[in-house]
Design a protein around this ligand. Sequence first.
Ligand code: TRP
Ligand code: SF4
Length: 437
Amino acid sequence: MLDPWETGQIKDYERIMREFGIDRFDPTRLPDAPPLPRLFKERIVFGQRGFSTILNRMRSGEPFAVLTGLMPSGRMHLGHKMVIDQIKYFQEFESHIIVAVADIEAYATRGMDLKSSEKLAIDSYIRNYLALGLGKEGFEIYFQSKRQDVKDIAIEVGKKVNLSTMKAIYGFNDSTNMSHMHAPLIQAGDILHPQKRLGPIPVVVPVGIDQDPHIRLCRDLASSFRIFNATVTADGKIGVFVKVDNNVEKYLNQAKAAMERLGFLDMKMMPRYKALYVNGAIPEDVPRMDEALALVEGKAGEPGYMPPASTYHRFIMGLTGDKMSSSKPETAIFLDDDPKFAGKKIMKAITGGRETAEEQREKGGDPNNCSVFEMMLFHTVDDEKEIDRISQECRSGERLCGQCKKEASAHLEEFLADLKERRDQTEHLIKMYVRHD
Ligand code: TRP
Ligand code: SF4
């Protein structure tokens, strides 16, 4: 089980992928321009569900939506920045970018009141998001507690899941409070509501791997409302199946018309099997078929939710070797840390160095197991050549941790000071992008 509220450092990402059926994220399939962010190239974003729908949109220039969320309980640290780096890339495409402030979740699971959540969300997270470069036309940040569509969908989808499933996914027990149990439904409301507002549109949710239980649940909930299921059958055909028992012929005819509009002309309808076989379609066609069918459902007054896609990033190593976490300040670099103070934390961080300088000169260090190197790689050193040089020097024993930490803290101080300056100029952007409905 992955517990979204209590995940520690994860050692074996391959195992998690196998266990939960997460697909690999393949950065080589992304368009070349704009340039890929480091975390794609370095495979820090390692997994995905349903991402091919988004990939198709990125390639064709058609619109998609990106929805992510933040829970305002601790302060924003470097680990949280990884989602923002992804969004910065996605916002270069024809995309709607939407950020949920999970104030209901913070109330339900961390005991935060809504007013304090709002202040914390804006001061510690949103200001940094904007300072890091989020924002373009149509970008919006909203609060769960203020958005009626989100709460409506939570109630709507709650009907399709029972307590035993929720216990199996999340490990809830008899003393879990009811608002906490309901929080995943609110999150499903976050993830699905762009389709209610914008019509059927592929949505991608970039998150840390700890959020996968929510994604799995939400994808199941989305499918459970569908009338049609477009899929590749066991014998390799491509079919549209009607999942309900009433009006089967009417739905099959509507599906046929929708497929014709996509250019498929050779079809075979088998009402007895509630099936429409689409000859000439290939598996890669299924996402756009699904989208056309979702549109038909929408027109028929049904929700027609397409399953959301997701991307998963690894956790950044904390300064102590554990996961970076705001509930353990000694593990984290917070984006609003005083730069000098943050620099000092680096000097005390766990590295991949050897016991003694002598041993290190002889055998070299291990940058792949070093919180200082990871911080430079993920966050503070832009120049690829410089990163390669640092890694080389570390491995060969030329570089010792003391000197390396000094450099790293200088980089970090510069980064944080620059960010602070930008953060101080975000007031007008907050007015522009933060919604109160
Ligand atoms: N549960 C997420 C967290 O703990 C926050 C969140 C709320 C979220 N709604 C979301 C994340 C929708 C992604 C999509 O950080
Ligand atoms: Fe890490 Fe630098 Fe030490 Fe290598 S030399 S282990 S990169 S701190």
